[in-house]
Design a protein around this ligand. Structure first.
Ligand SMILES: [Zn+2]
Length: 553
């Protein structure tokens, strides 16, 4: 079956998008798969998954897994590159697993077998991630950053200070280690006599290194210089930024310092611009709600909100929502902070606070750009809230995000911005509330029988008598750790979420100022699956473990 047809059959592509891509391809001469990706119709990982299914081989998501060093060691880089494969890991004493982008790549299999003297097992990987993963895997093999750091720590044991260049390298390596771990934040935290480096990966802090306090000032000064901050100012917090290009990817680093009793604490947020373009039904929401949500995105006007704390994956859901909208027939304008995924056929803008371009100004300006759909990155003040509501009742579909704990509490949050109850009730279409939970590594997770303790932690009564409507939990999985997951037991994250669809009853409850309890009751009656239930479902399907759900929800 042709790729376009296969994607259509899976519901990832519509006929008019296929035709448009074909027209585009005639002009550019690109491959059809590349064209789909470039136009933002389908992601490269969806294409790889589809090809893998057709060829009957498993798919591996490289954005979630680590390539094992012992496998990389067996195959020289130029050979892997030329033959078009990545060594992934060694299994069972006699097999090497390799990742390919072309399922019938015989050369790759032969090469891998010959050089490793092992049988070859083939997995399909995403074409877009291929080069990046290959380059970085060999780079870190040749530049063992962790060893460099440990060497510097060792040196500090004998001499109180480091030579200037070693200290500069150390600062650089501590940040690079964050890139290697795919961390979203790097923390440099002083204590009374040491400096500790932490990395936030998949939402959780990992302890990286413990270093002699004597280099703290050097590291802090180095980072301050990079981000154009005042080195001599140590008593007040400062904010700055710098960027770093590694293997053709630009990383924007936002630096924040804060004075603590033990010296300056630094947090570096790492923005890699790697938001994924996923389809809304692959995000992890329950299917019934998604199905109803899809029809909402076809509505001409109203407002759809995505709520959740910082780092709960709201942006990914926003992009997935945009894919549901007919971008060819409707004029879509966005204002984001920052643009994380470029989409053809969407007019994307990025806020620029220094120039005075914020969500509110963008919202006002968009009204003169003949819009059908407006995406406002975030509602965080009264003015933006009012613009969003006004646009949605004057014939536009508005998508935005808001900070609130769950779907229902978005209502008082908006009312706090002095939004009229009646206007809100007549414009609100749906609120999606979400969290991200870590997925267990599928290579090493361990199944076990659920214990009394687990049920208690989850707030489910034990001895088999679970409350009505709560799914019975019999088996679950727990993390272990292997080379594919950096020994953490987890790989990547998935959404747990609840979707409140606003029906006539809920509209009425909002406009008459009913209690949140009543609104929530009605939402459940209308089919909302709560965050907690969504989490339990993920435990039952062995996607995540008990502790992770307890931690997040
Ligand atoms: Zn693992």
């Amino acid at each position: 079956m042709k790729l376009g047809e296969a994607l259509k059959e899976k519901g990832l592509l519509t006929e008019d998008r296929l035709q448009l891509a074909l027209a585009h391809q005639k002009v550019t001469g690109d491959l059809i798969g590349e064209t789909f990706v470039k136009l933002g119709f389908v992601s490269s990982s969806e294409i790889a998954k589809t090809l893998a299914e057709q060829a009957g081989i498993p798919f591996l998501d490289l954005s979630e897994h680590t390539v094992s060093e012992e496998a990389i060691r067996l195959i020289p880089k130029d050979i892997a590159e030329k033959a078009g494969f990545i060594p992934l890991r060694l299994i069972d004493d006699d097999t090497i697993e390799i990742g390919v982008t072309n399922p019938s790549n015989i050369t790759a299999m032969d090469m891998a077998s010959k050089l490793s003297r092992r049988k070859t097992r083939v997995l399909m990987i995403d074409g877009n991630a291929f080069n990046k993963t290959l380059e970085s895997a060999y780079y870190f093999l040749e530049n063992p950053i962790q060893q460099f750091i440990h060497k510097a720590i060792e040196e500090l044991r004998t001499s109180e200070t480091l030579p200037a260049t070693t200290a500069a390298d150390l600062s650089q390596n501590l940040i690079m280690e964050g890139v290697r771990r795919k961390a979203t934040d790097v923390h440099i935290s002083p204590t009374a006599d040491t400096v500790n480096i932490f990395y936030r990966v998949d939402g959780v802090l990992q302890h990286g290194f413990c270093i002699n306090k004597s280099v703290h000032n050097v590291i802090v000064s180095r980072i301050k210089v990079l981000s154009k901050l005042d080195i001599s100012e140590k008593r007040l917090p400062q904010d700055g930024a710098f960027s770093l290009t590694f293997l053709e990817t630009k990383y924007d680093m936002r630096v924040s310092t804060t004075p603590t009793i033990y010296g300056e604490n630094i947090v570096i947020r790492v923005l890699a611009g790697t938001a994924q373009l996923l389809s809304i039904d692959s995000l992890g929401f329950d299917h019934e709600s998604i199905h109803r949500l899809e029809t909402i995105f076809q509505k001409p006007c109203g407002i759809v909100l995505i709520s959740g704390p910082t780092g709960s994956g709201k942006t990914t859901t926003l992009y997935a929502s945009l894919r549901e909208i007919n971008l060819i027939e409707r004029n879509v304008l966005t204002v984001e902070d920052p643009v994380e995924y470029k989409l053809s056929f969407v007019k994307q803008t990025s806020i620029n606070l220094k120039a005075g371009y914020d969500f509110a100004l963008a919202g006002r300006n968009f009204m003169r750009q003949d819009p059908d759909v407006i995406l406002l990155g975030e509602i965080r003040d009264e003015e933006t809230a009012k613009i969003a509501i006004r646009a949605s009742i004057s014939g536009h579909l508005v998508l935005s995000t808001i900070h609130s704990n769950d779907a229902v509490t978005s209502i008082p949050r908006l009312l706090d911005f002095n939004i009229d109850r009646f206007m809100l009730s007549s414009s609100l279409l749906a609120v999606i509330s979400q969290r991200l939970i870590r997925k267990l590594c599928k290579f090493c997770k361990e199944e076990y029988s659920v214990t009394e303790d687990d049920l208690r932690k989850l707030g489910l009564s034990g001895n088999g008598s679970t409350p009505r409507d709560e799914p019975v939990l019999t088996t679950a999985c727990r993390p272990k750790g292997c080379s594919m997951c950096n020994e953490t037991g987890y790989t990547g994250r998935t959404v747990v979420g609840e979707i409140m669809l606003v029906n006539d009853q809920i509209k009425e409850l909002i406009s008459e100022g009913a209690s949140l309890f009543k609104v929530r009751e009605e939402a459940f009656r209308n089919g909302m699956v709560s965050l907690k239930m969504s989490g339990l479902d993920n435990i039952r399907r062995h996607v995540t473990c008990v502790d992770e759900v307890v931690r997040v929800i």
